[in-house]
Design a protein around this ligand. Structure first.
Ligand SMILES: Cc1cc2nc3c(=O)[nH]c(=O)nc-3n(C[C@H](O)[C@H](O)[C@H](O)COP(=O)(O)OP(=O)(O)OC[C@H]3O[C@@H](n4cnc5c(N)ncnc54)[C@H](O)[C@@H]3O)c2cc1C
Length: 264
């Protein structure tokens, strides 16, 4: 029995648990194994890992500074935008912090006080309202467990189970399939690139350098064929000098798809 159950220990859930964990009895449930050594998580987060100025400001307001080992080279302050339909290009300045996204999440989780019950990995399977309480069922080390809480927070990301179960039909979102592929590179590109092409998506594609790797990503409307559109984006980028060579067929590819919010 808890005052508060939080589903998801991404930035939102871990931060809430850190802020409330000493005042209330809090349960934090996370399906990824964020306490094992880096790289061993079963579920990989599909994210570019750029910390935007607003997020930097928020960390500052909370009195936090990033540990050095969360950062990844190169640090970026230039965005290269290309309109693939017109061929127009522009560079502009914007200050991002380039991070290892998994390490960022691990660091935020490490700040949660030990008064919080952290269940990680634990996959929440069901949530429902029972009288004045919320009942949660979750899978932990192969066993189905249960917990009750007076308050429930769904911090379980864009494809939230909590939202689906408790807010069905409300706040409907436009969904995109997000794909990211990692390529080895000889030299890091010194910018974050953004690609626009309405024939492929009304969102955009991007590249982000991460040390000796380059991420190519795109958010694509799931109604069409996102995999084919992603292939087409790769082909178009060859003309702009992006040497995207996969390590070997099927290897070096890190691809996942999830729902995401449409961001301005
Ligand atoms: C392809 C892509 C690239 C992006 N790049 C950037 C970027 O460069 N910079 C940026 O600022 N933002 C980026 N974003 C957005 C960013 O990832 C999100 O805004 C951010 O992760 C939201 O944080 P959150 O804590 O709300 O949710 P998440 O980070 O999604 O955290 C949700 C957590 O809940 C857990 N969870 C989900 N379901 C369950 C369940 N049933 N049981 C237990 N645990 C569960 C997940 O494992 C996860 O850890 C990107 C998004 C996408 C899709």
């Amino acid at each position: 029995m808890y005052d508060l159950a939080i589903v998801g220990a991404g930035p939102a859930g871990a931060t809430l648990a850190r802020l409330l964990g000493r005042r209330y009895r809090v349960l934090l449930l996370e399906r990824r194994d964020l306490r094992r050594p880096a790289g061993s998580s079963l579920a990989h987060k599909c994210c570019g890992g750029l910390l935007a100025p607003d997020a930097q400001k928020t960390l500052g307001i909370m009195g936090l500074a990033l540990p050095k080992d969360v950062l990844v080279e190169p640090q970026l302050f230039v965005v290269r935008t290309i309109d693939l339909q017109s061929g127009q290009e522009r560079y502009y300045q914007r200050f991002y912090l380039n991070m290892d996204r998994e390490k960022f999440d691990r660091w935020l989780l490490s700040l949660v006080p030990d008064t919080v019950d952290v269940c990680c990995p634990a996959m929440v399977k069901e949530v429902r309202r029972e009288d004045s309480l919320y009942r949660l069922q979750f899978l932990r080390e192969g066993e189905t467990c249960e917990a009750y809480a007076r308050c429930l927070v769904g911090a379980d990301g864009a494809a939230s189970l909590v939202r689906k179960r408790l807010f069905a039909g409300r706040n409907e979102q436009k969904l995109y399939a997000a794909i990211q592929e990692w390529f080895p590179v000889q030299e890091a590109l010194p910018y974050f690139s953004v690609f626009f092409d309405r024939r492929l998506t009304d969102f955009y594609g991007w590249t982000i350098p991460k040390g000796r790797m380059l991420i190519l990503g795109a958010a694509l409307a799931p109604g069409g064929n996102p995999i084919a559109a992603f292939g087409e984006l790769k082909r178009k980028l060859a003309a702009y000098g992006y040497g995207l060579r996969t390590v070997a067929e099927g290897k070096g590819l890190s691809l996942s798809a999830r729902a995401m919010h449409r961001t301005p």
